[in-house]
Structures are given as structure tokens and as C-alpha cells.
Design a protein around this ligand. Structure first.
Ligand SMILES: C[S@@+](CC[C@H](N)C(=O)[O-])C[C@H]1O[C@@H](n2cnc3c(N)ncnc32)[C@H](O)[C@@H]1O
Length: 307
């Protein structure tokens, strides 16, 4: 694997434990990236023909094409919302579904993609480089009010008004290092994380419409599960996790219309060991659920008289 395309899958052991893949299972990977989860899962299921790997980033899809050369797995180069809608309307169902949200290591390690605070690059941040909206437009064209709202809602930075003001008064801002420097002026003094971290997160979420796509997609993912099928969703920040937690709660719990059951009440986090070799796992939270098998439940009820 080319070094800059290296991506260590997070929580791999935990994903394998909860998804518990078996021979013949149909697998849907909504954020297949560099195949870090898909490869070991497909090695177990052996059912490439009926499995789908989705990623909106054409470079990830190019990588997957060569990684799975001469294997019949289906690749979809589009955002997971449109892919999920397509799969649902064509009547597809899956036994295993995984969404490992956010950006990949190549996104962060390639300065030209513009995601990294620490390395100079263009204000890009598009996961899908064929889309027109990029970070440059948000930073240099959006109104101060709109910018402030993005930094407040998607970055939860309490200095959102000051940061938006600094950005607008320093236009044009040409690259990531300039942006990081300007935003840092709102946070004089020393801080543990880079003072522009929250603004970078906010701009990235806005460029890629991340939260909106997640909230529209999770209910469809649950509809795409076969009875007894399992879903694992990994998120990296609290805004995403809140949406996922709520979407799973909407369909589970002690109620007659529940269609899924949670496999772990609390989100699963990385072990100390993983934190050492895979620092990206530091903020990862895994939520897991299974589609209730109503038929099985019914049989069980008839036999035992219990729910
Ligand atoms: C954390 S990486 C996944 C890594 C993968 N699990 C692995 O181990 O190789 C997230 C991937 O999801 C993709 N992605 C993020 N949001 C997406 C969306 N809305 N639709 C499709 N792909 C998306 C990104 O392009 C990135 O490649």
C-alpha cells in the first residue's frame, strides 16, 4: 500500500465482534475508504457479488478498484444518502451494514486536500472533488452572519462571532495555514489543541453537508437491514454521535413498534492498546444495533407465552 494511502481501520476487532460476519452474509459498507474494514469482513463472508462498497471520494474508489481487482464486489462512487436511497428502491437488503464516518487518513495526510491544520494546502476540504462548493467559497464569500452560524453550529466554538469577524476582515484568505493563523487570534494564549480545530471541523462539515446527510441516512440504513441483520456506526465527534444515538433510539426500546434492538447501550470506545497504535481512534464511538427478527420473535412468543 502506498504510504500516503495508508488508513488504519478503527475499532476493527469491536466491529467484527458486533457484526459477527458469517459465510454468505450480504455486506454494505457506506464509507468503504481504503477497505480497512471491508477487506477482513468480505474475507469471512465470501459474498462479494451481493455486497456493496460506497464512498463519495473518487480517490478512495480508485484505490478500492485495484484492491478488489478481479473480485466481483459492487462499488458505488457517490454519497451514502443517494446510494442508500438507490439500494432501498431497488429492493436490496443486507445482513451487515457499516458506516465509519468522517475523513480518512489520506484526507488528513495529503495537504492538497485542505483538511489539515498543520500542513499548508488550498482551502478545499471536499471529500468529493467533483462537487463545486469548497472551503474557499465558504471562507471568502459567505456573509459574516452565515460564517458565524456555521462555526457555532458545527464547531461549537464559543468565540464564533469573533472568529467570523476575523475571517471577513482578513479576506482574501488563500490557504489552510493562513486560516489557522487568523482564527488563532481569537484564542490568544496557550491551549492543548490547536485553537482553529473547531473552526476547521465546522467548515469541513459545512462543505460536505455531513450532519444533514447522516440524519437523512440512518433511518434508511435501518430499513436496509434484513431481519436479524446488524449495523455498526462509528462517529468521531459529539454532533454526529447525538444524531446517531437519537435515530437508533427512535426505532428501539421497550415499545411495540420497535424494529431494532441496541447491542450495546453505551457507545463502544477504543481500548488502551488501540489508542497507542491508532491515535485516530481517540475520539471514535461505535454504536451497534440489530434488526428485530419479528418472525422469530413471534415463534418464540407462541412457544413460551413470553415476549
Ligand atoms: C473514516 S474513512 C473510512 C475508512 C474505512 N472504514 C477503512 O477502514 O478504510 C471515511 C470515508 O467515508 C467517506 N465518506 C464520508 N462521508 C461520506 C458520505 N456522506 N458518503 C459517502 N462516503 C463518505 C470518506 O470519503 C472516507 O473515505
Amino acid at each position: 500500500m502506498h504510504q500516503d494511502k495508508k488508513h488504519n481501520p478503527v475499532l476493527l476487532e469491536e466491529v467484527l465482534h458486533y457484526l459477527n460476519p458469517k459465510t454468505g452474509d450480504r455486506y454494505l459498507d457506506l464509507t468503504a475508504g481504503y477497505g480497512g474494514h471491508a477487506k477482513p469482513i468480505l474475507e469471512i463472508t465470501g459474498n462479494n457479488k451481493e455486497s456493496y462498497l460506497v464512498d463519495r471520494d473518487p480517490s478512495a474508489i480508485e484505490f478500492l478498484k485495484s484492491e478488489f481487482k478481479n473480485q466481483e464486489v459492487n462499488l458505488m462512487n457517490q454519497d451514502f444518502y443517494s446510494a442508500s436511497e438507490e439500494l432501498l428502491s431497488s429492493g436490496q437488503k443486507f445482513d451487515l451494514i457499516l458506516a465509519d464516518l468522517g475523513v480518512s487518513s489520506p484526507h488528513l495526510n495529503e495537504p492538497k486536500r485542505g483538511f489539515s491544520i498543520g500542513q499548508e494546502g488550498p482551502l478545499d476540504m471536499r471529500m468529493d472533488q467533483t462537487q463545486t462548493l469548497d472551503a474557499y467559497e465558504i471562507i471568502n464569500v459567505y456573509s459574516e452572519k452565515k460564517l458565524a452560524k456555521i462555526i457555532k453550529d458545527y464547531g461549537e466554538d464559543p468565540k464564533y462571532i469573533k472568529i467570523a469577524n476575523l475571517i471577513v476582515h482578513n479576506r482574501p484568505i488563500k490557504n489552510t495555514t493562513e486560516l489557522a493563523k487568523i482564527v488563532s487570534k481569537a484564542w490568544p494564549g496557550h491551549s492543548k489543541t490547536h485553537p482553529a480545530t473547531r473552526t476547521f471541523q465546522a467548515i469541513r462539515i459545512a462543505v460536505n453537508d455531513e450532519l444533514n446527510l447522516i440524519s437523512k441516512s440512518v433511518p434508511i440504513w435501518l430499513d436496509l437491514l434484513n431481519p436479524g441483520g446488524r449495523i455498526a456506526i462509528i462517529s468521531f465527534q459529539s454532533l454526529e454521535d447525538r444524531i446517531i444515538k437519537q435515530a437508533l433510539a427512535d426505532r428501539s426500546g421497550n415499545r411495540l413498534d420497535a424494529t431494532i434492538e441496541l447491542l450495546s447501550k453505551k457507545p463502544v470506545i477504543a481500548t488502551k492498546d488501540e489508542l497507542v497504535f491508532n491515535p485516530r481512534s481517540r475520539s471514535a464511538k461505535l454504536r451497534v444495533a440489530a434488526k428485530i427478527n419479528k418472525q422469530k420473535k413471534g415463534e418464540y412468543n407462541a412457544y413460551t407465552g413470553q415476549k
